[in-house]
Design a protein around this ligand. Structure first.
Ligand SMILES: NC(=O)c1ccc[n+]([C@@H]2O[C@H](COP(=O)([O-])OP(=O)(O)OC[C@H]3O[C@@H](n4cnc5c(N)ncnc54)[C@H](OP(=O)(O)O)[C@@H]3O)[C@@H](O)[C@H]2O)c1
Length: 165
Protein backbone atom coordinates (compact mmCIF):
# COMPACT_ATOMS: atom_id res chain seq x y z
CA UNK A 1 0.00 0.00 0.00
CA UNK A 2 1.02 3.58 -0.65
CA UNK A 3 1.11 6.36 1.93
CA UNK A 4 2.09 10.04 1.69
CA UNK A 5 3.85 11.96 4.44
CA UNK A 6 4.26 15.72 4.34
CA UNK A 7 3.85 18.96 6.27
CA UNK A 8 1.99 21.96 4.88
CA UNK A 9 1.19 25.46 6.07
CA UNK A 10 -2.29 27.02 6.21
CA UNK A 11 -2.21 27.52 2.43
CA UNK A 12 -0.82 24.13 1.39
CA UNK A 13 2.75 25.40 0.99
CA UNK A 14 5.37 22.63 1.35
CA UNK A 15 8.67 23.87 -0.12
CA UNK A 16 10.98 26.82 -0.61
CA UNK A 17 13.95 26.75 -2.96
CA UNK A 18 14.51 22.99 -2.65
CA UNK A 19 14.08 22.84 1.10
CA UNK A 20 11.43 23.26 3.82
CA UNK A 21 9.97 26.74 4.51
CA UNK A 22 10.13 26.27 8.33
CA UNK A 23 12.19 24.79 11.12
CA UNK A 24 10.02 22.49 13.20
CA UNK A 25 12.01 19.77 15.02
CA UNK A 26 8.83 18.14 16.41
CA UNK A 27 7.72 17.40 12.85
CA UNK A 28 11.16 16.07 11.92
CA UNK A 29 10.93 13.74 14.89
CA UNK A 30 7.44 12.59 13.77
CA UNK A 31 8.73 12.02 10.22
CA UNK A 32 11.60 9.91 11.56
CA UNK A 33 9.36 7.89 13.89
CA UNK A 34 6.77 7.24 11.17
CA UNK A 35 9.18 6.29 8.40
CA UNK A 36 11.81 4.37 10.44
CA UNK A 37 12.07 0.71 9.39
CA UNK A 38 9.87 1.34 6.35
CA UNK A 39 10.47 2.01 2.68
CA UNK A 40 10.45 5.64 1.63
CA UNK A 41 9.96 6.91 -1.93
CA UNK A 42 11.20 10.35 -2.93
CA UNK A 43 11.34 12.46 -6.05
CA UNK A 44 14.94 13.27 -6.96
CA UNK A 45 14.63 16.91 -5.86
CA UNK A 46 13.38 15.92 -2.42
CA UNK A 47 16.06 13.23 -2.14
CA UNK A 48 18.76 15.80 -2.93
CA UNK A 49 17.51 17.87 0.01
CA UNK A 50 18.42 14.92 2.32
CA UNK A 51 22.02 14.82 0.96
CA UNK A 52 22.24 11.09 1.68
CA UNK A 53 20.01 8.02 2.05
CA UNK A 54 18.05 8.24 5.29
CA UNK A 55 19.37 5.59 7.70
CA UNK A 56 17.20 2.74 8.93
CA UNK A 57 14.95 2.96 5.89
CA UNK A 58 14.93 1.49 2.40
CA UNK A 59 15.42 4.53 0.14
CA UNK A 60 13.74 4.52 -3.27
CA UNK A 61 14.26 7.54 -5.54
CA UNK A 62 12.18 8.17 -8.64
CA UNK A 63 14.41 9.64 -11.30
CA UNK A 64 15.40 9.51 -14.95
CA UNK A 65 19.02 9.87 -13.75
CA UNK A 66 21.24 7.22 -12.17
CA UNK A 67 23.89 9.24 -10.28
CA UNK A 68 22.72 8.51 -6.74
CA UNK A 69 24.79 7.31 -3.79
CA UNK A 70 25.13 3.65 -2.83
CA UNK A 71 22.18 2.44 -0.80
CA UNK A 72 19.61 4.15 -3.03
CA UNK A 73 17.27 2.10 -5.18
CA UNK A 74 16.55 4.19 -8.28
CA UNK A 75 13.20 3.51 -9.95
CA UNK A 76 12.94 5.15 -13.39
CA UNK A 77 9.17 5.47 -13.79
CA UNK A 78 5.85 5.65 -11.96
CA UNK A 79 4.68 2.49 -13.75
CA UNK A 80 7.68 0.53 -12.43
CA UNK A 81 7.04 1.93 -8.95
CA UNK A 82 3.40 0.84 -9.09
CA UNK A 83 4.46 -2.65 -10.16
CA UNK A 84 6.80 -2.81 -7.17
CA UNK A 85 4.04 -1.74 -4.78
CA UNK A 86 1.60 -4.26 -6.32
CA UNK A 87 4.17 -7.06 -5.92
CA UNK A 88 4.28 -6.40 -2.13
CA UNK A 89 0.66 -5.72 -1.18
CA UNK A 90 1.13 -5.95 2.61
CA UNK A 91 4.09 -3.57 2.72
CA UNK A 92 3.67 0.14 3.43
CA UNK A 93 5.56 2.36 0.97
CA UNK A 94 5.74 5.93 2.26
CA UNK A 95 6.06 8.66 -0.35
CA UNK A 96 7.97 11.60 1.13
CA UNK A 97 7.36 14.02 -1.76
CA UNK A 98 7.72 16.38 -3.33
CA UNK A 99 4.77 17.98 -5.05
CA UNK A 100 5.71 16.56 -8.45
CA UNK A 101 5.71 12.99 -7.16
CA UNK A 102 2.64 13.44 -4.96
CA UNK A 103 0.62 14.74 -7.91
CA UNK A 104 1.40 11.64 -10.00
CA UNK A 105 0.32 9.27 -7.20
CA UNK A 106 -2.81 11.07 -5.92
CA UNK A 107 -5.25 8.51 -7.34
CA UNK A 108 -3.26 5.59 -5.93
CA UNK A 109 -2.53 6.67 -2.36
CA UNK A 110 -4.25 4.76 0.49
CA UNK A 111 -3.05 6.62 3.60
CA UNK A 112 -2.10 10.25 4.31
CA UNK A 113 0.18 11.42 7.11
CA UNK A 114 -0.37 15.17 7.03
CA UNK A 115 1.20 17.66 9.42
CA UNK A 116 -0.90 20.80 9.36
CA UNK A 117 1.14 23.83 10.44
CA UNK A 118 -0.75 26.95 11.44
CA UNK A 119 0.84 29.91 9.71
CA UNK A 120 1.74 31.49 6.41
CA UNK A 121 5.24 30.99 5.11
CA UNK A 122 7.15 32.09 2.00
CA UNK A 123 7.81 29.44 -0.62
CA UNK A 124 7.45 28.14 -4.15
CA UNK A 125 6.07 24.58 -3.92
CA UNK A 126 2.50 23.65 -2.97
CA UNK A 127 0.79 20.35 -2.22
CA UNK A 128 -1.50 19.37 -5.12
CA UNK A 129 -5.21 19.57 -4.18
CA UNK A 130 -6.51 16.43 -2.47
CA UNK A 131 -10.17 15.39 -2.48
CA UNK A 132 -10.59 14.73 1.25
CA UNK A 133 -14.13 13.39 0.71
CA UNK A 134 -12.31 10.22 -0.42
CA UNK A 135 -10.55 9.90 2.94
CA UNK A 136 -11.53 9.45 6.60
CA UNK A 137 -9.61 11.25 9.33
CA UNK A 138 -8.58 8.49 11.77
CA UNK A 139 -6.10 10.37 13.96
CA UNK A 140 -5.47 14.00 14.89
CA UNK A 141 -2.85 14.76 17.52
CA UNK A 142 -1.58 18.23 18.45
CA UNK A 143 2.19 18.66 18.30
CA UNK A 144 4.43 20.24 20.91
CA UNK A 145 4.69 24.03 20.94
CA UNK A 146 7.69 25.38 22.85
CA UNK A 147 10.73 27.61 22.29
CA UNK A 148 12.12 25.18 19.67
CA UNK A 149 8.77 24.52 17.99
CA UNK A 150 7.16 27.91 17.55
CA UNK A 151 4.28 27.03 15.20
CA UNK A 152 1.14 25.22 16.35
CA UNK A 153 0.79 22.02 14.33
CA UNK A 154 -1.33 18.87 14.21
CA UNK A 155 -0.38 15.38 13.11
CA UNK A 156 -3.27 13.90 11.11
CA UNK A 157 -3.72 10.45 9.60
CA UNK A 158 -6.31 9.75 6.90
CA UNK A 159 -7.32 6.41 5.39
CA UNK A 160 -8.91 6.11 1.95
CA UNK A 161 -12.61 5.30 2.27
CA UNK A 162 -13.76 2.00 0.81
CA UNK A 163 -16.90 2.58 -1.25
CA UNK A 164 -19.05 -0.48 -1.89
CA UNK A 165 -21.55 -0.57 -4.75
N1 LIG B 1 6.82 20.02 3.43
C1 LIG B 1 7.05 18.76 3.12
O1 LIG B 1 6.60 17.85 3.82
C2 LIG B 1 7.83 18.42 1.90
C3 LIG B 1 7.95 17.07 1.49
C4 LIG B 1 8.71 16.79 0.35
C5 LIG B 1 9.29 17.81 -0.37
N2 LIG B 1 9.13 19.09 0.05
C6 LIG B 1 9.71 20.20 -0.72
O2 LIG B 1 9.21 20.13 -2.06
C7 LIG B 1 10.24 20.60 -2.96
C8 LIG B 1 10.58 19.51 -3.97
O3 LIG B 1 9.41 19.09 -4.67
P1 LIG B 1 9.34 19.06 -6.27
O4 LIG B 1 7.92 18.83 -6.63
O5 LIG B 1 10.03 20.28 -6.79
O6 LIG B 1 10.26 17.83 -6.68
P2 LIG B 1 10.23 16.23 -6.36
O7 LIG B 1 8.86 15.67 -6.55
O8 LIG B 1 10.94 15.96 -5.08
O9 LIG B 1 11.22 15.69 -7.52
C9 LIG B 1 10.87 15.85 -8.86
C10 LIG B 1 11.86 15.10 -9.71
O10 LIG B 1 11.73 13.67 -9.51
C11 LIG B 1 11.94 13.00 -10.75
N3 LIG B 1 10.68 12.39 -11.17
C12 LIG B 1 9.41 12.72 -10.78
N4 LIG B 1 8.50 11.96 -11.42
C13 LIG B 1 9.21 11.12 -12.21
C14 LIG B 1 8.82 10.08 -13.11
N5 LIG B 1 7.53 9.76 -13.31
N6 LIG B 1 9.79 9.40 -13.76
C15 LIG B 1 11.11 9.70 -13.56
N7 LIG B 1 11.52 10.68 -12.71
C16 LIG B 1 10.58 11.38 -12.05
C17 LIG B 1 12.37 14.06 -11.76
O11 LIG B 1 13.78 14.26 -11.60
P3 LIG B 1 14.96 13.71 -12.58
O12 LIG B 1 15.42 14.88 -13.32
O13 LIG B 1 15.98 13.20 -11.60
O14 LIG B 1 14.39 12.64 -13.47
C18 LIG B 1 11.67 15.30 -11.21
O15 LIG B 1 12.25 16.50 -11.64
C19 LIG B 1 11.43 20.96 -2.07
O16 LIG B 1 11.35 22.34 -1.73
C20 LIG B 1 11.22 20.11 -0.85
O17 LIG B 1 11.86 20.61 0.31
C21 LIG B 1 8.42 19.40 1.16
Amino acid sequence: MLAFIWAEDSHGLIGQNGTLPWHLPDDMHYFKKTTMGNTIISGSRTFRSYNKPLPGRENIVISSQSDFPAGVHVVPSIDRLCELVAENPTKEYIVTGGANLFSQLLTRVDRLYRTKIEGTFVGDTYMPPIDYSQFALVKSIPGIVDEKNKYPHTFEVYERRQFHS
